[in-house]
Design a protein around this ligand. Structure first.
Ligand code: ADP
Length: 441
């Protein structure tokens, strides 16, 4: 009724005027009046329609055309509809923008595929993982862009319950875990995750287990062999018996050292094991390491100690003693008889360093970056012969890292090596301990 009352009223008024005209002026004139009235009514509506069409086509949407009667309602209604639409478009744009930002921030790659496995959309991480090009690759079949047999098989298998681990087609150093997730009407989402670090850790874990097993198997085989000999020869003479027991003891000692070092490493790596800091009397510690070096060398080397500085370190005395002790014992173990070993405590390049310099065989440059890896040895035979576990420098590195210190290795084949543990200024404490003047033994 809201709409109809105006046209009904206008037409009724026209009819009424026509009737009055017929009564006073006669039928013909009244008919002309009716036709003229109807034409005016139709003309008015056509004109408003033209205004509406023009406004819809090119008009300024922020201003509605002025009209009267039912057309005013129509324009007003249209205006309200447009405003509502504008508001919901703005809302949808904001949501889309948020989604776009979120998708760009996600570290995982996302590629949206249509029913024909053609690319609809992808995020920047997918660009990195698969080398996709924003302009050229939209609409392309994903199988053309990732040309790997394993991926092609995965795509056509339609079994996407497990992810596929593959190398990135553009960055060979990247290992990706990719998984297809079907959704909607035959659409798919390809999600890729960079698992390079995880793979590396997994490979290290495998190597570690293999190394430990290998290290333990050799002494166990020796001990087992001797025990078998005892069983086969119940009447073994005392001299042989002692000799074999001695060898077995050496092997069990080797296993014990290995297990001790493994436990030390595990403690150092444990997240719960926070570093318990206290001022460490470095002069006393280094002097005791010097004594250890003397007894380990048993007079086979010429060993000197220079304490150039009486400053001390905030740290854990047990950990520091084990780490610096490893550097000292390595120098003794890898320096031939009559070689020279210098222990030095003092400032070097604005850091407080404990240096162990030896005149041993030296290490080829390509080994140096790998020396702190677990079980990495330059000379496997010499390491075993001298009771090495292959874990000493790994322990050193862990301990120094926990003290924000670093290990610097300088070496030249045929000229010896220098292992230097350098502590940052922030770790240095000046407490009254031991000698203040250089002390040379
Ligand atoms: P290991 O128990 O075998 O000595 P480390 O981790 O202490 O294990 O050392 C790793 C390797 O580094 C050793 O096997 C040895 O080849 C080399 N190395 C360490 N210190 C020295 C040194 N002072 N001179 C020569 N080579 C060394």
């Amino acid at each position: 009724m809201d709409f109809w009352w105006r046209p009904v009223l206008a037409l009724s008024a026209l009819l009424f005027v026509t009737l009055v005209a017929a009564l006073f002026w006669g039928g013909l004139l009244a008919l002309w009046l009716l036709v003229a009235g109807l034409l005016a009514y139709i003309g008015y509506n056509l004109r408003q329609m033209a205004v509406l069409v023009a406004w819809l086509a090119h008009g300024d949407r922020s201003r509605i055309p002025t009209a009267s009667g039912a057309w005013d309602d129509i324009f007003y209604g249209l205006d309200r509809m447009l405003r509502r639409q504008k508001r919901s478009t703005a809302k949808i744009s904001a949501v889309l923008e948020r989604f776009e930002h979120a998708a760009q921030a996600i570290p995982d790659g996302i590629v949206m595929l249509n029913g024909n496995d053609q690319i609809d959309w992808f995020n920047p991480a997918a660009t990195r993982h698969f080398g996709l090009d924003d302009n050229a690759d939209r609409g392309q079949f994903i199988g053309y862009l990732i040309r790997q047999v394993a991926f092609a098989d995965y795509l056509t298998s339609h079994n996407y319950s497990e992810p596929l681990v593959m190398k990135s087609p553009t960055h060979k150093e990247l290992t990706l875990s990719v998984q297809m997730v079907p959704f909607g009407d035959k659409q798919k989402m390809l999600i890729s995750r960079d698992v390079t670090q995880l793979e590396l850790v997994e490979a290290m874990r495998r190597d570690f287990v293999a190394n430990v097993s290998h290290e333990l198997r050799t002494p166990l085989t020796v001990v087992g062999g001797f025990l078998e000999t005892f069983l086969d020869m119940p009447s073994i003479n005392q001299v042989d018996f002692h000799k074999y027991c001695d060898l077995m003891q050496q092997q069990t000692e080797r296993m014990r050292r290995l297990i001790d070092d493994l436990l030390a490493l595990s403690r150092l790596e444990s997240a719960q094991n926070k570093l318990l800091d206290a001022p460490v009397d470095m002069t006393a510690l280094i002097q005791s390491l010097y004594q250890d070096a003397q007894s380990l060398s048993a007079g086979r080397h010429q060993i000197t100690l220079t304490l150039e500085n009486a400053d001390n370190i905030m740290g854990n005395v047990d950990e520091l003693s084990s780490a610096l002790g490893n550097l000292v014992s390595n120098a003794v173990r890898y320096t031939p008889v009559d070689g020279v070993i210098d222990l030095h405590w003092g400032w070097h390049n604005r850091q407080l360093c404990f240096s162990v310099r030896d005149s041993g065989e030296g290490i080829d440059a390509h080994h140096i970056p790998r020396l702190t890896e677990r079980f990495y040895r330059v000379d496997r035979g010499r390491s075993r012969e001298t009771g090495g576990t292959g874990l000493g420098l790994a322990i050193v590195k862990h301990v120094l890292t926990r003290h924000q210190a670093r290990l610097v290795i300088e070496s030249k084949v045929g000229h010896g090596s220098c292992f230097r543990a350098c502590f940052p200024k922030t770790r240095v404490v000046k407490i009254a301990v031991a000698p203040t003047s250089p002390l040379i033994h």
